[in-house]
Design a protein around this ligand. Structure first.
Ligand SMILES: [Zn+2]
Ligand SMILES: [Zn+2]
Length: 98
């Protein structure tokens, strides 16, 4: 019988917005195949969310909400909406239950 080794590469993950690689999940909030880092959460809050882009949120897939992303509106870039941004702030602040 051959045994397969499971290699766990330290769980390195990259922010889908700025591409910054984090070695652990700390400082990253995960969505469905998308990640946002603490810096981008802060940047989104300081730059402000854009309304009426027609883009859907990469985290909750809802469209028609104010959202933020690094690309231009309409580009296939990850976006985060106001609700998910608020949730991410709570997660990064350690307010998550458990
Ligand atoms: Zn980032
Ligand atoms: Zn959302």
């Amino acid at each position: 019988m051959s045994s397969k080794e499971h290699r766990v590469g330290g769980g390195a993950l990259a922010c889908s917005f700025c591409g910054e690689v984090k070695k652990a999940k700390a400082g990253l909030v995960a969505g469905p195949g998308v990640y946002i880092c603490d810096r981008c959460v802060a940047k989104a809050r300081s730059q402000g969310l854009v309304e009426g882009t027609g883009d859907s949120c990469s985290f909750c897939t809802r469209s028609g909400r104010p959202n933020w992303g690094v690309g231009s509106p309409g580009e296939s870039r990850p976006r985060i909406c106001d609700a998910c941004l608020g949730m991410s702030e709570h997660v990064l602040a350690g307010d998550q239950p458990g």
